[in-house]
Design a protein around this ligand. Structure first.
Ligand code: COA
Length: 330
């Protein structure tokens, strides 16, 4: 699905939860046969964060949500809906969002989680926008939270070099932008390639549960380099925008080579692209909000800027959203 809708909805705040423990490429090279130079050259990743035993996908989501609220003038009771995307849930229910809503005091909110892996944050954002556009909500908290280290096979060098833990949260608000202009969204999926990247939650085919992420790296690479360009172009067209109208490109942090090739083919400057994978790795649905948090903290986000956010991954799914940032400067 793809479309654009004139709107004054904008993102008004961002928060993050970044675990303290740093896992470097050199440390991984003591666990599997690899080395820092190979990982940096093929992925751009230098280190990633790993959640401590006392941290969980829910506690990281709560930390990020609290920080987003602290950085806004919005009271928790004003939140109408909490949507959390994750590929590493700890249980089927209650949802992470339900526990976040309770913790932050969003007692008037509905709450749900979405499972769309690395495209999940864009899907969650699109659903938040849709609920506001429909008139059912004014303020929506959208979170991406992951503890991928707990579903990583630390003996598989094709995947364990990639992933990291963390969470990010944003607040969407109706009426935040000073004028009305198109918000544009595309959500897509190719389920025929679903098992090129997957993780099981319950036993399948009579086999014991394999709790790890499994991936055909080359197939995912080909999918990602194509869809990142095609989807961005379609979303720009849908909104009536060109590359020049975009202030900041915020791609899912899968692999620097995927991002660089996409950005180059779009004719977009790397200077206007946010990169955090060198220090956080691929944090699945947390990667886009963690990029926004990084951009905010480093003064790159200014009120009124247009952001083009591109999520892609397991499904194989993709989600691209074009929306304005209207938060306070850092
Ligand atoms: N260290 C050293 N060698 C490794 C390695 C590692 N960590 N992982 C794989 N290799 C080896 C392979 O075994 C292979 O060796 P061989 O030729 O002797 O068989 C060789 O390197 C090339 O493997 P290949 O899979 O073709 O490498 P690649 O250049 O495609 O890089 C990925 C592998 C995983 C980095 C790359 O495919 C990729 O990034 N894919 C997309 C993954 C992704 O982003 N997934 C999440 C999407 S949300």
């Amino acid at each position: 699905m793809i479309g654009a809708t004139p709107s004054d909805i904008a993102i008004v705040a961002v928060g993050a939860a970044i675990p303290e423990r740093v896992l470097t490429n050199d440390e991984i090279s003591q666990m599997v046969e690899t080395d820092d130079a190979w990982i940096v050259e093929r992925t751009g990743i230098r280190e990633r964060r790993i959640a401590a035993d006392h941290e969980s996908v829910t506690s990281l989501a709560i930390t990020a949500a609290r920080q987003a609220l602290d950085r806004s003038d919005i009271a928790p009771a004003e939140i109408d809906l909490v949507i959390t995307s994750t590929a590493s849930p700890e249980r089927s229910f209650p949802s992470i969002s339900a526990l976040v809503a309770d913790d932050v005091g969003a007692h008037s909110a509905g709450a749900l989680d979405v499972l769309v892996a690395c495209a999940g944050f864009a899907y969650a954002l699109a659903h938040g926008i849709a609920q506001i556009q429909a008139g059912f909500a004014t303020t929506v908290m959208v979170i991406g939270s992951e503890v991928l280290s707990r579903i990583t096979d630390w003996e598989d060098r094709g995947t364990c070099i990639l992933f990291g833990d963390g969470a990010g949260a944003v607040i969407l608000r109706k009426g935040a932008a000073p004028s009305v202009e198109p918000i544009a969204v595309e959500l897509g999926v190719d389920g025929s390639k679903g098992f090129d990247l997957y993780g099981d939650l319950t036993p399948r085919d009579g086999q014991p549960l394999d709790k790890c992420i499994r991936m055909n790296g080359n197939a995912v690479y080909r999918f990602a380099t194509q869809v990142i360009v095609d989807s961005a172009k379609r979303v720009l067209d849908a909104g009536g925008y060109t590359q020049d109208d975009i202030d900041l490109l915020v791609p899912h942090q899968a692999n620097l080579r995927i991002i660089e090739s996409g950005v180059q083919r779009l004719g977009f400057p790397m200077e206007r692209t946010v990169i955090t994978l060198d220090r956080y790795g691929n944090t699945s649905s947390a990667s886009i909000p963690l990029c926004l948090d990084h951009a905010w903290r480093t003064g790159r986000l200014q009120p009124g800027q247009r952001l083009l956010m591109m999520g892609l991954g397991g499904g194989l799914a993709w989600g691209t959203c074009l929306i304005r940032w209207m938060g306070d400067p850092a």
